[in-house]
Design a protein around this ligand. Sequence first.
Ligand code: GTP
Ligand code: MG
Length: 204
Amino acid sequence: MPRYQTQFLLSALSAAQFPQSAVPEVAFLGRSNVGKSSLINVLLGEPAARVSSTPGRTRAINFFALHVGAAAKPEMILADLPGYGYAKISRSISAEWPAFIDPYLASRETLAACVCLADMNVPPQPGDILLAEYLDSIGRPRIVVGTKADKLSGNQRTVAVNKLRKALGTEDVLVCSAKDGRGIGNLWLAIQNIAQAVRGTTAE
Ligand code: GTP
Ligand code: MG
């Protein structure tokens, strides 16, 4: 697993506040309380992103720059997004999200991949499926992660993974836990492969 120096960049509440960037960015998306901030913290090896016991607390996009050593230019940026649909499921994701989320997903030029988190302890949710369809429709690569795997037995995990595969239309579901560290190495590999591919196509 790489060692990065993490730098909290800013907390954006509108598109005007998104940081200027020329490096690959990876966004973490999913229902409120699914474990986005926890997963980011485990990936970074430090409590950079705020974990809240009150679902739906994160209303901004929080940007974290990852530096290798003392390099001024970051290697990549991670973006922690607000969660959707904790209390009620609406037909549209954007109705529940701050208005700047859709433009972020559709227009952020450096966005290399979206890590889509789904809680393995509950059936795939309508919002998870809508998000997957939306990302596919705008051509954004997505990495599907089943979270909180530590709460399930081996058999339950197999069942949950198969449900997620079917609902989200991909064979590639990464099983992760921020609590016991399961799957974190594989998630790093997936993130770095995508970031590397993007760097390869934009190298000067
Ligand atoms: P919002 O910012 O509100 O959208 O939530 P979030 O998706 O960032 O979730 P967060 O990381 O704040 O975690 C929500 C709750 O789930 C916290 O109580 C975490 O401790 C718990 N949690 C997160 N990941 C795991 C996990 O892998 N296993 C277990 N058992 N609990 C987890
Ligand atoms: Mg959060």
